[in-house]
Every structure is written in structure tokens, then in C-alpha cells.
Ligand binder design. Structure first.
Ligand code: ADP
Length: 271
């Protein structure tokens, strides 16, 4: 990003457009950076980031996953990397850790001795950590870098959106008015910063009866206000599903063809 006109801090930050965008490591060549975003926490950003990374990898792309949710990191568990550590290369760079399916991952939990220890940092520290994950991690050549964004429209989200050249973002929402309202804030933030929004994924949209296959819309409707009112494309609806939930334990596969189809649609949109 080098466009000060779209920046909410325009005229107040003291930096020029040339000094604002964080340059990537010259050893990194990342073709597309995709943010997975939502104003709300707990809606499935990390789960969707992980499955999207795997779907892209299965299609033959080289993929990285940057966990920008510094205070609530989930990528390590979702990618089956619990107990792994990231180390430096001796030249000031950080080496990402590769999952068993070959996805390069960077997350603060790869640097913690104890994953249960909280990170109690102010915004500036959190933001600096994310920019380091971008510019000091040796991502190498990647077709896609997926960024699991933090919830909300605060400091770190702003840093990611201003410092990292996002190709676009995918919004994750639930088909419920209150969540839709908060996700709309994120959507408007992306619009204000001129970042393309590929569309919205409605997570936990329904539950499928294991006996008859009937879809039960637990939130009472199958689309939320964000799709209807904001006119952004609906990339797909995901069920509340045991296989998706199990991924957070670091194991398991998603096999439901309807779920896989949603991820195929997302891939087609970002390709
Ligand atoms: P976020 O990154 O937005 O905070 P997570 O991906 O960590 O959200 O998901 C929050 C919780 O909900 C996790 O425990 C995850 O396993 C679970 N979860 C997310 N999506 C689904 C789904 N479609 N079905 C079942 N559980 C889900």
C-alpha cells in the first residue's frame, strides 16, 4: 500500500507513502497475499485459512500461512505443528516451519516455550511482530500467502492492511444480524483502504442432520444482512461440522463434498 489518500491516518502519521509500506525481504517472492478477515472473533477465520491453505496446496500451489492473530494464535494447532519451533537462519531472518503437507507457517506460538502463556503487549508491539512475520520470515517463492487476520479493526489489522500488499480479503461471517453488523465494519475498513473484497464466507451456516441430511439453519435464515445489504458475493456457506471442528486439534480431514466445493469456489475466485 502506498496510497496515503486512502489511509485513515493521512496527515497525522508523519510518514510519506514511500516510507509507509513495509518492504518484503528481497529473498521473498510472494505472488498473491490473501487476508482472511472478520470484525468478529471466533467465527472461523483460522479454520477457513487453514483449509484454504490446504486446498491451494493440493492444487499444486506453493503456500504459506501467516498467523497475524498474535494474541490468539491458532495456526500451529490447525496445521498439526504443536510442539514445533521456528528458528533464525543466523542472518537475522526467521525460518518458517513447514507442515507435513508442505505449507510454510509462521505464528507467534512457534516462538513460545509454552503455548499457554499469554502475550500481553500493546498495539505497537503486536504490529511490529506482524510486520516482522512478513518481512523477516524467509517465505521464499510462494504462489499464495494466506494471512489469518486478527479480529476487529484495530492496530494490527490496520498494520496488515497498510504494510502488506494484500491482493484482497475474504470476509468470514455468520448468518446472524449482529455478526453481520460487525463484519460490515471490517468490510468498510477494507473499502476505505482500497483493498479488494473477494466475497463473504458464511460459516456455521447450517447443521446437517446425520440421519436424513436435512439442513437446519440454526440462525433462522440462510443469508445474512452483510450479503444482502452490502452486495458482496457470497463465496459459500459452510456447515457447523465435526470434521471442521476437529481440525483445531491438529488432525483429521474434511471430506464432505459440499464443504470441499465451497473451498473450490474460493480458490476459483482468488486464482
Ligand atoms: P477465529 O479464527 O475467527 O477466531 P476459529 O477458526 O478459531 O475462529 O474457530 C473458532 C472455533 O470454532 C474453533 O474451536 C473451531 O474449531 C470452531 N469452528 C470454526 N468453524 C467451524 C465449523 N464450520 N464447524 C464446527 N466448528 C467450527
Amino acid at each position: 500500500m502506498s496510497d496515503c489518500n486512502s489511509c485513515p491516518s493521512k496527515g497525522k502519521c508523519g510518514s510519506s507513502s514511500e516510507s509507509c509500506g513495509k518492504k518484503n525481504n528481497p529473498l521473498n517472492k510472494v505472488k498473491k497475499v490473501i487476508g482472511v478477515m472478520s470484525g468478529k472473533g471466533g467465527v472461523g477465520k483460522s479454520t477457513i485459512s487453514a483449509v484454504l491453505a490446504r486446498t491451494l496446496k493440493n492444487k499444486g500451489y506453493s503456500v504459506g500461512l501467516l498467523d497475524a492473530d498474535i494474541t490468539g494464535p491458532s495456526a500451529v494447532r490447525l496445521m498439526g505443528l504443536r510442539g514445533e519451533h521456528a528458528y533464525g537462519d543466523g542472518n537475522g531472518n526467521i525460518l518458517p516451519v513447514e507442515s507435513k503437507d508442505g505449507i510454510k507457517v509462521m505464528s507467534l506460538n512457534l516462538m513460545m516455550d509454552d503455548e499457554n502463556q499469554p502475550v500481553i503487549w500493546r498495539g505497537a508491539m503486536l504490529s511490529s511482530c506482524v510486520t516482522q512475520f512478513w518481512s523477516e520470515t524467509l517465505w521464499g517463492e510462494l504462489d499464495y500467502l494466506i494471512i489469518d487476520m486478527p479480529p476487529g479493526t484495530g492496530d494490527v489489522t490496520l498494520t496488515v492492511m497498510q504494510s502488506i500488499p494484500l491482493s484482497g480479503v475474504i470476509m468470514v461471517s455468520l448468518p446472524q444480524d449482529m455478526v453481520g453488523m460487525i463484519v460490515t465494519k471490517s468490510l468498510n475498513m477494507a473499502r476505505m483502504l482500497n483493498i479488494p473484497v473477494y466475497g463473504v464466507v458464511q460459516n456455521m451456516s447450517y447443521v446437517k442432520c446425520p440421519h436424513c441430511g436435512e439442513k437446519i439453519n440454526i440462525f433462522g435464515s440462510d443469508t445474512s444482512s452483510i450479503v444482502l445489504e452490502q452486495g458482496i458475493p457470497l463465496l459459500g456457506e459452510l456447515p457447523t461440522n465435526a470434521d471442521l471442528a476437529a481440525l483445531s486439534g491438529g488432525s483429521g480431514e474434511v471430506s464432505d463434498p459440499e464443504i470441499l466445493q465451497v473451498f473450490e469456489n474460493i480458490v476459483k475466485t482468488i486464482e
